[in-house]
Design a protein around this ligand. Structure first.
Ligand code: BTN
Length: 268
C-alpha cells in the first residue's frame, strides 16, 4: 500500500490493495449500513466495471474509488451526482495539468483531457420503501499512469498528457477535497450551479451528435442539458427530445460508434 492519504473528516477511508470492483465493495458496505462518506479505494481491480456492463481497465497506478453517499434527496436527483463528481474530477486534474491543457466533460459521465477520455463515473443507487434514496455509490476511475488502447472513443492517461507521475494517494486527496466542495454546493444550492459549470466546459454543445440508445441511434444537435441532467437533442425539424441514458458520438470526431473509453466488451 502506498502512503496513507489525508482526507477531509467527512470521509471514512477503506483502503484495499486488489479488489474485484470498488463499487461492489461499496455496495456491500452500504447494504450493511455503512455511513455516508465511506470511501473504498483500491490499488487495482480484477473486475472493474464501467457503464452498461462494460469492463474498466484497472491495473495498479491509476485511481479507483467508490464513495457511499446517503443524501436526503429524491431518486430522480441521483443522476445529478455524476455531474457533481465530474466537476470534482476536473478541478483535481486542473490542479496538476500543464497550462493550456484542455479539460472537458462528455455527457453523461466522462472527463476528457485534450479530447481523450481520462476518467469515468459509475453511479449506482438503492431506494427504500418511500420515495427517497437509501444509498448511492459513486464510483470513479481515473487513468493516472495507464490507459487502455482497445477503445473506440480514444482514452488517455494524465501521464500521457504531460501531467507527470501522479501517485494515486495524492490524486485521491485532491479529488476528495474538490468533490466534497461540489457535493456541499449541490446540497446547499441545488443542481443549477453544477449544471452551469458543467455546461461551460461540455464537449459538443450546439454541435451535431448521435446518441446510441441500446438498439436505436438518434441524431441531432446537442442543445444543452436540462435541469435534471438529461441531454436535450434537437432534430432537423426543430423538435426536441430529452435523453436520460445513452452514448454520445460527435460528428467529425475521432471516435466511431462503439464504447466510450471503457475496454471493448470482447476484451478480458
Ligand atoms: C464508465 O466510464 O463507464 C464508468 C467507469 C467507472 C469505473 C470506476 S473504477 C472504480 C469504480 N469501481 C468500478 O468497478 N467501477 C468504478
Amino acid at each position: 500500500m502506498s502512503d496513507a492519504p489525508r482526507l477531509p473528516p467527512a470521509y471514512r477511508l477503506v483502503a484495499l490493495d486488489e479488489v474485484g470492483s470498488t463499487n461492489d465493495e461499496a455496495r456491500a458496505l452500504a447494504e450493511d449500513g455503512a455511513e455516508d462518506g465511506t470511501l473504498v479505494w483500491a490499488q487495482s481491480q480484477r473486475a472493474g466495471r464501467g457503464r452498461r456492463g462494460r469492463s474498466w481497465h484497472s491495473p495498479p497506478g491509476n485511481l479507483y474509488l467508490s464513495l457511499v453517499l446517503r443524501p436526503d434527496r429524491a431518486p430522480a436527483e441521483a443522476a445529478q451526482l455524476s455531474f457533481v463528481a465530474a466537476l470534482g474530477a476536473a478541478a483535481a486534474i486542473g490542479a496538476v495539468a500543464p497550462p493550456l491543457t484542455e479539460i472537458a466533460y462528455k455527457w453523461p459521465n466522462d472527463i476528457l483531457v485534450n479530447d481523450r477520455k481520462v476518467a469515468g463515473i459509475l453511479l449506482e443507487s438503492s431506494i427504500t420503501g418511500g420515495s427517497r434514496l437509501d444509498w448511492l455509490v459513486l464510483g470513479m476511475g481515473m487513468n493516472l499512469a495507464a490507459a487502455p488502447t482497445e477503445t473506440d472513443f480514444p482514452a488517455t492517461s494524465l501521464r500521457d498528457e504531460g501531467c507527470g507521475a501522479i501517485a494515486p494517494a495524492l490524486m485521491l486527496e485532491r479529488f476528495s477535497r474538490h468533490l466534497l466542495a461540489w457535493i456541499n454546493r449541490w446540497l446547499d444550492d441545488g443542481f443549477a450551479p453544477v449544471r452551469a459549470a458543467w455546461l461551460r466546459d461540455a464537449k459538443g454543445i450546439g454541435e451535431p451528435i448521435s446518441v446510441a440508445l441500446g438498439e436505436e441511434t438518434v441524431v441531432g444537435r446537442f442543445v444543452e442539458i436540462d435541469e435534471t441532467g438529461a441531454l436535450v437533442l434537437e432534430d432537423a425539424a426543430g423538435a426536441r427530445r430529452l435523453i436520460t441514458a445513452g452514448d454520445v458520438y460527435f460528428e467529425n470526431a475521432r471516435n466511431a460508434p462503439g464504447e466510450q473509453g471503457t475496454e471493448r466488451e470482447t476484451k478480458a
